[in-house]
Write a protein that binds this ligand. Structure first.
Ligand SMILES: N[C@@H](CCC(=O)N[C@@H](CS)C(=O)NCC(=O)O)C(=O)O
Length: 261
């Protein structure tokens, strides 16, 4: 019975990088990747909402003989699933109890990579990011307005997103006092920094990964997380965190890291 897969991703997405990284680590083949452009709000199309009501990537659909038998709607379950598939390289170690806690926190209160990208902490950062963030957000607003007429059953969701996003755009366009945005950014960074401190204190001195000598599933999640924080808070990520810096050098040297290039 032929089994086929559709993996919905977005190249710039933090969490969609988890399955992409795992596929590269394990040399898995035959998984069809479908690009969902978040900057055009494609994850909110009525068709995609029918697949994943959370409107997030990654999402994995599994088909047997062309009939969909499974749909996995978050990076933890998608990566657990892909890790069990047979492939050229054996599965990466699954999380221990301690690793699971780290994973839950990374996806819970410390899930700050996206908010840190879309908010700014200072006027300089605001000015610097404006030309990237505003078109991205405007593209989404346009899509929601369009979908609103096509799929009135999701009207409340689209209206909520439009209002929230227009408020964010207002900070960048100088239509609103940016202090609340700066406060939000500071709070997100505080949570992220506390998480990095936990990682720093848990890393060994001998060049290990998060769960010991092997690159594990927890590392597969933490790699894009760290890559994103480096992109948005480069100067602060490794300050007083020498083990984390050595760890980052180590993961960058892995072949799978090329998915970020
Ligand atoms: N906890 C979820 C989070 C997924 C998530 O937030 N993905 C982002 C991209 S990194 C997304 O799709 N956001 C929807 C949006 O931007 O509208 C997971 O691990 O899959």
């Amino acid at each position: 019975m032929p089994i086929t897969y559709k993996l919905y991703v977005f190249k710039l997405s933090l969490w969609a990088a988890v399955p992409r990284l795992l596929i590269a680590e394990r040399g898995l083949e035959g998984i069809q990747e479908i690009e969902i452009d978040l900057s055009k709000g494609e994850n909110y199309s009525p068709e995609f909402l029918a697949i994943n009501p959370h409107a997030t990537v990654p999402t994995l659909e599994v088909f047997r003989d062309g009939v969909r038998t499974d749909v996995l709607t978050d990076s933890i379950s998608v990566s657990e699933y892909l890790n069990k598939l047979s492939g050229p390289k054996t599965e990466v170690p699954r999380p221990t109890d301690q690793g699971s806690k780290l994973l839950q926190r990374m996806h819970g209160e410390a899930d700050v990579g996206n908010p840190l990208f879309f908010t700014s902490g200072t006027r300089e950062e605001l000015e610097f990011k404006k030309s990237i963030v505003v078109p991205f957000l405007e593209g989404r607003v346009e899509a929601w307005q369009e979908y609103r007429t096509q799929a009135p059953e999701h009207g409340q969701l689209y209206d909520h997103n439009i209002a929230q996003t227009q408020q964010l755009i207002g900070f960048y366009n100088g239509h609103a006092d940016p202090s609340p945005l700066f406060a939000m950014n500071a709070n997100q960074w505080k949570l992220g920094a506390e998480f990095l401190d936990t990682v720093e204190s848990g890393l060994g001195n001998q060049g290990e990964y998060l769960e010991g000598p092997s690159y594990s599933l927890v590392d597969v999640h933490f790699t894009p997380y760290l890559f994103r924080l480096v992109a948005v808070k480069n100067e602060l990520v490794f300050e007083n965190r020498p083990k984390l810096k050595a760890y980052y050098d180590r993961i960058q040297a892995r072949d799978s890291f090329s998915i970020f290039h």
